[in-house]
Unconditional design. Structure first.
Length: 371
């Protein structure tokens, strides 16, 4: 089966749903056609001249990045500007560009989960509730003869999940009444005559992301011309998602020793460390990219150490005063790991769907040089 850009986007958005993205973010299709056939795709942290040159040499049809090409709406595309030249070359080559940013950070199998596992944490959990999934109650009235057919259809479409339980529903039997109007073709009864039907009231829970497809499956499986149903938004929230993770080292470790481990694991020339290098640590928080804004909250959760990037002087002093150790492994250092991991993940997901696509991780080299 020939893969297209829209197929790969579908995989990305199934696992890294767009609703997890921050309001200021611009994740999603940046440029190009969703119908373009894809045999080779590149995966990178950023899209710059270096990455584009490599992509053109490899003749890829698609580039997937973590950082969006466009953070803000463009007022003009000037071919003399760096971004304008980049756009001109991308369009000329016919490459489609897609970005998954803060949604990839927060997703269950996203960047922070990968980073936490890579750095040896155990018993990993989300760092607070960044966002919670909206839940809906679906109630539909089904003739007894078609109850099981409708139930199976909506569950197959994604309804009925409560925590780690699937196929969750409730039913009660009763009598439905209706009078088919002029021009109708009722499944039960006659035009103009009051009909009493043996029906089930079927209730289940639906996550917002699956609501549209569940409704479509319900309509297709239900025998009635006019389906009687209700949808209620629930006050209780679903699963929580967070931009960060926390976990525990297998055993107590000195800060200096763990800093060296982080540096080696991420293949970095250097890391910056805040705190006493002999401090004993066990509980570690992970926020890829830039997580200094979370320092006040993290310090109140019994965390010994925060691994993040982009730390400023005054943020370091604040952490020091709060007794929170920090390893600043850099924005690039904590995020560039996504390229090989996402490449392998997408290749496997495409194979599951009968599509062969080569995903190639690309790198533009370290942004900072250390003398």
């Amino acid at each position: 089966m020939q893969a297209r850009v829209k197929d790969i986007i579908g995989i990305m958005e199934e696992h890294f749903p767009p609703w997890l993205a921050e309001a200021w973010d611009n994740s999603g299709l940046q440029l190009g056609s969703t119908n373009k056939a894809v045999k080779k795709a590149a995966v990178a942290l950023d899209l710059d001249e270096s990455i584009l040159n490599q992509a053109l040499e490899l003749k890829v049809a698609m580039i997937i990045t973590h950082h969006p090409l466009f953070f803000k709406p463009l007022k003009q595309i000037n071919y003399e500007s760096p971004v304008g030249r980049l756009i001109q070359r991308i369009v000329k080559a016919g490459i489609s560009v897609y970005a998954a940013h803060s949604n990839l950070d927060a997703a269950e199998k996203g960047l922070n989960q990968i980073l936490a596992e890579l750095l040896g944490l155990q018993d990993i959990d989300i760092l607070g509730n960044h966002k919670k999934e909206e839940l809906y109650k679906l109630v539909v009235f089904v003739p007894a003869s078609h109850y099981e057919e409708v139930r199976r259809a909506i569950n197959a479409a994604g309804a009925g999940f409560i925590g780690n339980y699937s196929d969750c529903s409730f039913r009660v039997r009763g009598t439905g009444t209706f009078r088919p109007g002029a021009g109708t073709q009722p499944f039960l009864g006659q035009e103009g005559e009051l009909e009493e039907a043996d029906e089930f009231r079927l209730e289940t829970v639906v996550r917002k992301r699956e609501l549209a497809q569940v409704m479509q499956a319900m309509q297709e499986a239900h025998p009635y011309e006019e389906v009687a149903f209700d949808i209620f938004r629930l006050e209780q929230a679903g699963k929580g998602y967070s931009m960060g993770r926390y976990g525990f080292l297998p055993e107590e470790t000195k800060l200096g020793d763990y800093a060296r481990q982080v540096k080696e694991t991420l293949g970095l020339e250097a890391v910056r460390v805040v705190g006493d290098l002999n401090k004993v640590i066990r509980k570690v928080a992970i926020v890829s990219g830039s997580g200094a804004s979370l320092i006040p909250g993290i310090s109140q959760q019994g965390v010994d150490l925060l691994v993040t990037g982009d730390l400023k002087y005054h943020e370091a002093r604040d952490a020091e005063a709060l007794g929170l150790a920090i390893i600043d492994a850099g924005h690039q250092g904590t995020e560039e790991i996504i390229s090989p991991h996402l490449s392998r993940f997408l290749e496997k997901e495409c194979q599951k769907r009968g599509m062969k696509v080569d995903f190639i991780p690309l790198y533009s080299g370290p942004c900072f040089k250390y003398l």
